[in-house]
Ligand binder design. Structure first.
Ligand code: CUA
Length: 339
C-alpha cells in the first residue's frame, strides 16, 4: 500500500518535465552495463533453454514410449544397457564445454563493467546508504543532496557517471534495473559502479538488500538530463540556502530544536552542525519526494511529515518533534523557502 502510494507519488512528481523510465525490468535496459547484462542473460537463457527442452523432451518421450502396455502384464526386466564409452565421454565433455563458454562470456562482461576506470573528466558521485535513505555527494561540485541523483544522459559511455558506493550503517544495495545490476553498499568499504542513462528521463529503483524496517521504502531515483539542464541543476544546488526574512521565525524555531542535530542547511550559520545523520535540507524543495520516495513533496505532505514522520514511514529514525500547531506552521513555511 505504502509502496504503491510511493510509486504514484514518484509518477506524478516526474510527470512534470522529464519522461519516465519506470519499468523496473532488466529486459528493457537503457544504459550500457544493463545492456551487456541483458545480452548475457539472453545467451544463458538460450543455452539452458535448449538443454531443458532436450532433457525434458527425452524424459517425456521415454515415459510415453516405454510405458507399461495395458494388454500384457509386466513380466520381465527390460535389457540393462551400460558402459558405452562414447556416450559417457559425450555427456561429460559437452556439459563441460557449455560451462566453459558460460564462464568465459560472463567473465568478459563482468570485467568490461567492473574494470572500466573513469576518464578524467567523468562526473563522480558518492552515494552513501543510510537507514533508510540515500545521501548523494558531488565532491567536484561541493553538492550535498539526497535520494534523487541527477546526472547527464549520454550515449557515449566515456561520459558515464561514476558512483562510489558507501554505507553509514548496514549493508544496502544500489539497484536501478534499467541502468545496471546490483552493487552492495558495505560499511567501511567503497564499491564502484558506473551508469550512462541513454535517454533523458527519470529512472527508478530501490534498495535491494534487506536493511531493516523501512528497507522497502528506500526508493532511488536517477534523473538523467541533457547536459545543459544538468549544468543548470548543479548551479542551483551549489547556492547556499535562501534566507528569506519573512520566514525568520520559522528559521529560529528550526534552529532552536533538535532538527539541526541531524539536518544540515548550508548558510544556517552557527546553529548548523554540519551533520549528515539526516538528509541535507539546503534545497529540500528541489526534490520531488519526501522520506526517500515515500510521499510526494507537497506542502500538505511536508506538514504531515514534519508533524509525525512515523505516520508515512513507521520506524524511520526521525521522531515526531511534538511541535505546537504554531511552531509547525512556522517551520514548514521556512522549509518551503528552501528551493
Ligand atoms: Cu537499504 Cu535495504
Amino acid at each position: 500500500m505504502v509502496l504503491s502510494i510511493a510509486w504514484l507519488a514518484l509518477r506524478s512528481a516526474a510527470a512534470a518535465s522529464l519522461p519516465e523510465h519506470r519499468i523496473t525490468n532488466i529486459f528493457d535496459p537503457l544504459a550500457t552495463p544493463a545492456e551487456s547484462e541483458k545480452n548475457i542473460a539472453l545467451l544463458v537463457f538460450a543455452i539452458t533453454g535448449v538443454i531443458f527442452v532436450g532433457v525434458a523432451g527425452l524424459i517425456g518421450y521415454t515415459i510415453w514410449r516405454f510405458r507399461q502396455p495395458t494388454h500384457e502384464p509386466h513380466s520381465e526386466e527390460p535389457p540393462q544397457v551400460y558402459g558405452s564409452n562414447q556416450i559417457e565421454v559425450a555427456w561429460t565433455v559437452v556439459p563441460i564445454l557449455i560451462v566453459f563458454v558460460l564462464i568465459g562470456v560472463s567473465a568478459r562482461v563482468i570485467a568490461a563493467v567492473e574494470n572500466a576506470s573513469p576518464p578524467q573528466a567523468a562526473l563522480k558521485v558518492t552515494v552513501i546508504g543510510h537507514q533508510w535513505w540515500w545521501e548523494v555527494l558531488y565532491p567536484d561540485y561541493g553538492i550535498v543532496t539526497a535520494n534523487e541523483i541527477h546526472m547527464p544522459a549520454t550515449n557515449d559511455h566515456k561520459n558515464a557517471t561514476y558512483l562510489q558506493l558507501q554505507s553509514a550503517d548496514v549493508i544496502h544495495s544500489f539497484w536501478l534495473p534499467q541502468l545496471s545490476g546490483k552493487t552492495d553498499l558495505i560499511p567501511n568499504r567503497t564499491n564502484f559502479m558506473w551508469i550512462d542513462p541513454h535517454q533523458p528521463g527519470v529512472y527508478v529503483g530501490n534498495c535491494a538488500e534487506y536493511c531493516g524496517t523501512q528497507h522497502a521504502n528506500m526508493l532511488l531515483t536517477v534523473v538523467g538530463e541533457d547536459p545543459k539542464a544538468f549544468k543548470q541543476w548543479t548551479i542551483e544546488q551549489q547556492k547556499r540556502a535562501i534566507d528569506d526574512p519573512q520566514v525568520s521565525e520559522g528559521k529560529a524555531v528550526f534552529e532552536s530544536l533538535a532538527c539541526v542535530n541531524c539536518h544540515n542547511i548550508a548558510g544556517l550559520g552557527k546553529a548548523s552542525s554540519g551533520s549528515k545523520f539526516g538528509p541535507d535540507l539546503t534545497h529540500l524543495m528541489s526534490r520531488h519526494t519526501l522520506g526517500s520516495g515515500v510521499i510526494k513533496n507537497t506542502p500538505d505532505n511536508l506538514r504531515a511529515w514534519v508533524n509525525d514522520p512515523q505516520v508515512a514511514k513507521p520506524g524511520c529514525l526521525m521522531p515526531s518533534m511534538k511541535l505546537t500547531p504554531e511552531e509547525l506552521r512556522k517551520v514548514v513555511d521556512y522549509l518551503e523557502t528552501l528551493r
